[in-house]
Design a binder for this molecule. Sequence first.
Ligand code: AFP
Length: 337
Amino acid sequence: MTGSSLAAFLEEYAASNPKDGEAVSEILLGLAKCAEQVRDYVNQGALGSAFAGAKGSTNADGDTQKELDVLADDNFLDAMRAVPVALYGSEEINNPVLLDRNKKYAIAIDPLDGSSNIDTNVSIGTIFGILPVIGDPAEHPENSFLQPGSSQLAAGYFIYGPQLALVVSVGNGTHIFVYSARSNAFILAYENLKIPQQTSEYGINASNYNEWSDKQRRYIDDCLAGASGPRQKKFNMRWVGSLVADAYRILIRGGVFIYPGDKRKGYANGRLRLVYEANPVSLLAEQAGGAAVCCDEEGGRRILDIIPTELHQRIPLAFGSSAEIACLEQYHGKNNT
Ligand code: AFP
């Protein structure tokens, strides 16, 4: 199938999934059209109005919003009105937005991931998960987002990087479609990605070292000890600071991403949001043969099994090469004192 368009790929998927296939495909195509528009704003950089600086308003988490965050959110919200989406749950909005009570799907979205990288010409993206609606979306809009990540019918992200690309899973592997300006379409470039099980590359924001638990510190200390340390190999480190870019690298060449909880105020559960960041990326990682776990004291609960308690919940996240994630779990586990 490599070389086929997103539309052709989704047609085949829809044909073999009579229940949700057609609607999910429609939503994915709607997202893809909108991502092309957002990519245009990103491409204009500081020459465009979207880079005029902070708008002064704050998102649900109290972060200052840049104009591009707001623009991306407005665009995706509008795009979702034209496809079978009942509920829009966004990082940028406190509560889910009801679009159409009669539709059967909810979309959880981080419209502009990596916003601290907007002004620095580093890859940023849009992360999403598509869920079935639970109950009456008008009466209990939040309920549809409080399902474990394993309920996602499709998930993925667009990356606005050197290439515009869509990383996606509809439950049959993880695939990357790269946007081709020549064909004016997303074209399948990597089918059924496989994350290598072993790795000697980790990604973590090491500036938080002093705030981590002893267990987290020990894991990194042992990686840093290199060939003469307990891990008996030299590790490399990479940290872009945009989840979409760090995840792309791991999908292509392996590695692990770790954002643990730490002692800073508000960071007990790390930084990543469960519903619209960790869950979509965890589905992509697992569908590519990798692993995704909650890296807390309990040592390795599968992210996709966790039942969210609220739309904007944070979660200590680790994902990537399965053997290295298993190793990290041992460091974090209850038996490791
Ligand atoms: P923003 O979208 O608010 O910039 O957050 C980006 C992010 O959630 C994720 O993309 C990065 O992996 C992570 O934050 C980086 O966090 P640090 O700046 O603490 O390293």
